[in-house]
Design a protein around this ligand. Structure first.
Ligand SMILES: *Cc1c(COP(=O)(O)O)cnc(C)c1O
Length: 354
């Protein structure tokens, strides 16, 4: 294992930046001028290199394509008014990445490669961090197995890469959510807590079924009874019930430990809510709704920050919300954004200077 790898930089001779209208960008469609690439082989990480964004040449027998040893992360970089670049809590993503790697029997990525490689890449492509309000540079670290062999076993070779993609305000209209009772996202002992590529492919069918009947996303429930809520699509979920804020606990390993989830918990506590991380059943949610105590329901994640839920449907029971009257979720979003864009103090040390 190399202690402090030198990260080589091969600069692009031109920029694609002037070809893109940064004020109107679909999520995940455009990539900056450079990317990071490093290979793992012979039990060690080789020399990382930052080079012009380009296609890869891969064998059709590439192990990742067949057996899915593939994981990723999602982080955002922001610019403050002075034009300085910061990433939001990237160390948490680094740690979570290696948790995912362990679960998928993949090598740990050293902090010196993940963190310093990411910092150098963002610094090099800093001009790609949009200046406009609500815009950011989305950072996508990922790793996949790269043996050219279709035997079923953990690969001996891997590729770790980082891409940068400028993103606009991830406008998500308040969502209509269908409580899922047939399909399952995660089971105890499974890979629900890992940001493993296969989790997303496996969720698409259920989401498509919900879309057919007019819903935007599903609220996943536990595999045994379809009673306890887990996550909403690819976001963590919060319920404001009276002066309590409740979100499913992480202990069962069926939920992704979101960085936005953790930040939201902190901000809710600062706002005076009693935050409970615990199993929450759909019956409890319906009781709270009937008692008039279910005030707000929202999802949290890096892409959209906070997504309001305007309708929640369980079987034939429909819970409608007047999201225009909500106070809590919008306040969390405003506060998080103010910290991210450096408009207020950062008392928790969440912003990491590039
Ligand atoms: C990435 C992700 C989240 C949100 O995590 P953040 O760190 O807040 O972006 C929640 N659930 C799933 C399944 C995810 O993949």
């Amino acid at each position: 294992m190399i202690a402090t790898p030198e990260i080589n930089i091969i600069r692009s001779t031109q920029t694609k930046l002037n070809e893109i209208d940064l004020t109107n960008i679909p999520f995940g469609k455009y990539f900056s001028d450079h990317m990071l690439e490093v290979d793992y082989a012979d039990g060690e990480w080789k020399q990382p290199v930052i080079k012009p964004y380009q296609h890869l040449s891969l064998a059709p027998s590439l192990a990742a394509l067949h057996y899915g040893q593939a994981i990723f992360e999602g982080i955002k970089a922001y610019k403050n008014a002075a034009g300085e670049a910061f990433m939001f809590r990237p160390l948490d993503n680094f740690k979570r990445f290696n948790v995912s790697a362990e679960r998928m029997q993949m090598p740990q990525v050293p902090e010196a490669i993940f963190m310093e490689g990411m910092r150098m890449l963002v610094e090099l492509d800093k001009a790609w961090i949009p200046e406009q309000e609500d815009h950011a540079l989305y950072i996508r670290p990922f790793m996949f197995s790269s043996d050219e062999m279709i035997g079923v076993r953990p690969s001996e070779q891997y590729k770790f890469m980082i891409l940068l993609s400028p993103t606009g305000p991830y406008y998500s209209a308040p969502m209509r959510i269908y409580v899922e009772e047939k399909y399952v996202r995660a089971v105890p002992g499974g890979v629900g807590y890992a940001k493993a590529a296969g989790n997303y492919g496996a969720a698409m069918y259920a989401t498509a079924e919900a879309k057919k009947i007019g819903y935007d996303q599903v609220l996943w429930t536990d595999a045994f009874e379809h009673k306890y809520v887990q996550e909403c699509g690819t976001m963590n979920v919060f319920f404001i019930i009276g002066n309590h804020a409740i979100t499913p606990e992480l202990d069962a390993g069926t939920i992704l430990a979101g960085v936005t989830r953790q930040s939201t918990i902190t901000l809710l506590q600062e706002m005076g809510f009693i935050v409970e991380e615990r199993p929450l059943s759909i019956d409890d949610i319906i009781s709270a709704h009937k008692a008039g105590l279910l005030y707000e329901v929202f999802g949290t994640g890096t892409a959209a920050t906070i997504s309001l839920i305007r309708e929640l449907r369980y079987k034939d029971y429909v819970m409608d919300f007047d999201v225009d009257k909500w106070q809590v979720a919008p306040a969390i979003k405003t506060r998080l954004n103010a910290i991210r864009y450096g408009q207020v103090a950062d008392p928790h040390g969440w912003m990491y200077r590039v």
